[in-house]
Each structure stands twice: as structure tokens, then as C-alpha cells.
Design a protein around this ligand. Structure first.
Ligand code: SAM
Length: 305
């Protein structure tokens, strides 16, 4: 497969490189903003699960470049520096990370918290959806510590079986909750974004990161409730309808007639978790580790000689 094939298959991947974005996800945030004007009046923003940093790039360009806005980016992975973005390498499920964010804002609350977090996908849909939901709830939990009343929270959501339970949870904290699908998010993916506006926690609510917002002992049938307890949120597609379709392949010839030229990625990830596997694969050494306890006795004897 040539290096141009991904450019053909994924127009947003190609455009991201040509426009200097670190990842194609930048277009998702830009298209969400087209619909919801997320950055209006925002001076403090938190980007949770930020690496390699395309959402932080968007945030820094939209609110941080003049030096008046503040952007804090958090990820488990290291991220190349970005002007106007303060980085925390940490886990969003940890209290210590929330404390660090609060410290960086010197006690001032944020206007906007975004989270494009994704766990490592296993391919087991139920497990993946569960993990995604937990990550979203961890993001919401941190948001309850740092968001100003009336503030906005945007987070990646998987529209799986239990999604109405998440909407119910979000509606406890926000006056408006919508599910949005930007044009740059593939139709074939269950990915969408919860856009939650008007942060308004219940009276007497005290943010507490030691407690998960979703009670693990909940009755699985809760989600099946109907009537007034079942929350159905509006679904909005966003991005100009004339924008590129993320499920289509486009020819490499540019519309303005200029010749296609391959553009390398803007900023390859710093030590991504898959790097070791790639190196081992190149050397033909990507074999499963053989542990003595997996081997029959006779093989163990042979191996240890
Ligand atoms: N929005 C990013 C961008 O535009 O470049 C892309 C985010 S990427 C899809 C998902 C990120 O979630 C990964 O970098 C991963 O390390 C991060 N992540 C997953 N679980 C996390 C956790 N518990 N704490 C912090 N980051 C996490």
C-alpha cells in the first residue's frame, strides 16, 4: 500500500496534514463549533485526553493565541509542546490530575471542558462501550470540579445500548444536552459528541472525585425504563453539508487543478504505546512472549538449559 492511499481513503486525514493539524479530529471540534459556537466568550478551556493535540491546537488558535486565554491539556501520553497550551501528563480518572488543573487556573473556573478521550479499543463492543462511558464519566467528574456555572462540556460518546443512561447522568448537571455528529466523524462509527451547555449542578452537590458518578451497582434494567425517566436527547448533525463526506474516497487531484503533493504528518506522536510493537515487528520479533507456566514441563526444561 502506497503512502498516498490513506490520503485517498480519508480526506480529513489528508486535509489535517495539509492544514497543519496534528490529527483529523481537529475538524470534528471545528465543525461542532460551527453549530454550537463553543468558543464564544471562552477564556479558560480544558482539553482532556488531548494527545497528539489537534483539539488543543484548535483551542489555542481560537482562544489562546492573543495570550489572554488559557488552555490546559491533559493526557496519559506525552505530547509535543504547543504555544499557549499548558500540558499535564496524567490520568483523568485521578484526583491528583483534577487538583493540578485547578492549580493551573489559580482557582478560577473554566468556561469550557472538552474530552475526545478514547480507551484502547478491544473489539469487544460491550467492553469498548463500557470503557468509553467510564472515561466520559471521569471527564464529567473532573468537569464538576473546574467548570463555571453556565459553562459548557463536550465529550466523545459511543451511541451504544446504554447511551440513554449517560444522557440521564449528563442532564442532572446541564440544562441542555444534545448528541452531535460532525461530518468528519464517519457514519460507520458509533462515535458522536455529547454537547452539554449550561452547567447547573443540583443544589447541595459537592464535587467528589473519589466517587464515580455512575453507581456501579445500578440495575441494568434502569436503562430500559420508559416514560418520564427515559431521556431522549436531540440528535444534531453538524458541519456544512457541502463539507467533505468522511465515508467517501476522493481523488488526489485537487479541485483547484493544482498537482497533489504528499504531505507528511504534522507532528508524529511522541513515544506512542504501539511504538515498541512496531519496532519488534520491523525486526521480525513480534512473537508472543513464552512464559514458563504456559509450557509443558519438558519444554520448560529445554528452554532453561
Ligand atoms: N483529541 C485528540 C487530538 O485531537 O489530537 C485525540 C485524542 S485520542 C483519540 C484519545 C486520547 O485519550 C489518547 O491520547 C489517550 O492517551 C487518551 N486517554 C485515554 N484514557 C485516558 C485517561 N484515563 N487519562 C488521560 N488520557 C487518556
Amino acid at each position: 500500500m502506497g503512502r498516498t492511499s490513506k490520503d485517498k481513503r480519508d480526506v480529513y486525514y489528508r486535509l489535517a496534514k495539509e492544514n497543519g493539524w496534528r490529527a483529523r479530529s481537529a475538524f470534528k471540534l471545528l465543525q461542532l463549533d460551527e453549530e454550537f459556537h463553543l468558543f464564544q466568550g471562552v477564556t479558560r478551556a480544558v482539553d482532556l485526553c488531548a494527545a497528539p493535540g489537534s483539539w488543543s491546537q484548535v483551542l489555542s488558535q481560537k482562544i489562546g493565541v492573543q495570550g489572554s486565554g488559557h488552555v490546559v491539556a491533559v493526557d496519559l501520553q506525552a505530547m509535543a509542546p504547543l504555544p499557549g497550551v499548558l500540558q499535564i501528563q496524567g490520568d483523568i480518572t485521578q484526583l491528583s490530575t483534577a487538583k493540578e488543573i485547578i492549580q493551573h487556573f489559580e482557582g478560577c473556573p473554566a468556561d469550557l471542558v472538552v474530552c475526545d478521550g478514547a480507551p484502547d479499543v478491544t473489539g469487544l463492543h460491550d467492553v469498548d462501550e463500557y470503557m468509553q462511558a467510564q472515561l466520559l464519566l471521569a471527564a464529567l467528574n473532573i468537569a464538576t470540579h473546574v467548570l463555571k456555572p453556565g459553562g459548557c462540556f463536550v465529550a466523545k460518546i459511543f451511541r451504544g445500548r446504554d447511551v440513554t443512561l449517560i444522557y440521564s447522568q449528563l442532564r442532572v448537571f446541564f440544562s441542555s444536552v444534545l448528541c452531535a455528529k460532525p461530518r468528519s466523524s464517519r457514519n460507520s462509527s458509533i462515535e458522536a459528541f455529547a454537547v452539554c451547555q449550561g452547567y447547573d449542578p443540583p443544589e447541595g452537590f459537592l464535587p467528589d472525585l473519589t466517587k464515580p458518578l455512575l453507581d456501579h451497582s445500578y440495575d441494568p434494567d434502569f436503562n430500559q425504563l420508559d416514560g418520564p425517566t427515559r431521556i431522549i436527547v436531540p440528535f444534531v448533525t453538524c458541519g456544512d453539508l457541502s463539507a467533505y463526506d468522511s465515508d467517501r474516497s476522493y481523488p488526489l487531484d485537487l479541485e483547484d487543478g493544482s498537482e497533489y503533493k504528499y504531505t507528511p504528518p504534522t507532528q508524529p506522536p511522541i513515544s506512542p504505546p504501539y511504538q515498541e510493537a512496531c519496532t519488534l515487528k520491523k525486526k521480525g520479533r513480534l512473537a508472543k512472549e513464552i512464559r514458563p507456566q504456559d509450557c509443558p514441563i519438558s519444554t520448560v526444561d529445554t528452554l532453561s538449559q
